[in-house]
Design a protein. Structure first.
Length: 251
């Protein structure tokens, strides 16, 4: 009788009890694996680790080449910052020292130049400095633009130091250079014209970024090369104001 009852012991759906128990055990195992997979964002040292991110779940030590590149980039930027500070301080101080102690040497050098020519020369140096800075920002991997920017900055600071550039520079240059001051004053005006042109360009460019929609055709004006062309147009306009507006002969 026990044998017959065991043979006839089945579930309501006709499945034998042993098979049903095994099926339930398998289902529980699958559910536990799924739960483990869902909660696999387990915390390791206080932060979650995604199983799909091998760099997080299996971190590796950086290679010697990678460490070398990191140290090289840091050293290169440190050298650039040091060179930038030196290019600002040393040439300007040297130019002022030359103006005070080597006045006649400066006068002999600038005497053959027309004031408009000196304004053009200093303007060109300053514009090259600004343009190389913009290119260094757009192309960060090119060392050439940073080197050109440092050289142009040093030359511009030297001219500013010789010209005793300040808000009322014409008083200082007249005291130091006397009747030979007009070319020096014109050089200062060239630097100021380039700086004013940069300020106008910055205002116009930011205004375009704010007012022009992304789908507008005028959005091309905000692209890198279009913006650089607009910068040169504004700079030339600022130079023409200085050369043709009577400012060179007024100071």
């Amino acid at each position: 009788m026990a044998t017959e009852s065991s043979k006839t012991s089945r579930n309501m759906d006709g499945t034998p009890d042993g098979v049903a128990a095994q099926h339930d055990a398998d289902a529980k195992a699958v559910d536990m694996k799924g739960a483990d997979a869902k909660t696999a964002g387990a915390t390791t040292s206080g932060r979650k680790v995604r199983l799909t991110d091998p760099s997080e779940s299996h971190p590796r030590e950086p290679s010697i080449a990678e460490l070398g590149r990191r140290h090289w980039h840091k050293g290169r930027w440190a050298a650039f910052i040091i060179a930038l500070i030196a290019a600002i301080i040393v040439p300007y101080g040297g130019g002022r020292l030359l103006a005070m102690n080597g006045t006649q040497l400066v006068v002999d050098f600038v005497e053959p130049f027309d004031p408009r020519g000196m304004a053009l020369l200093s303007w060109a140096i300053t514009v090259v400095m600004f343009a190389s800075l913009g290119m260094a920002v757009m192309e960060t991997r090119r060392v050439l633009w940073r080197v050109l920017f440092i050289l142009a900055l040093a030359l511009e600071q030297l001219v500013a130091g010789v010209g005793l550039l300040r808000l009322n520079f014409w008083n200082s240059t007249y005291v130091v250079y006397g009747e030979a001051a007009p070319p020096i004053n014109a050089a200062n005006l060239g630097i100021i014209a380039a700086a004013v042109g940069l300020a106008v360009f910055a205002v116009v460019y930011v205004g375009l970024l704010v007012t022009i929609h992304k789908d507008s055709r005028l959005n091309t004006l905000t692209r890198s090369w279009s913006a650089l062309s607009m910068f040169f147009v504004i700079e030339v306009a600022a130079l023409l104001v200085v050369l043709l507006g009577g400012l060179v002969t007024a100071v």
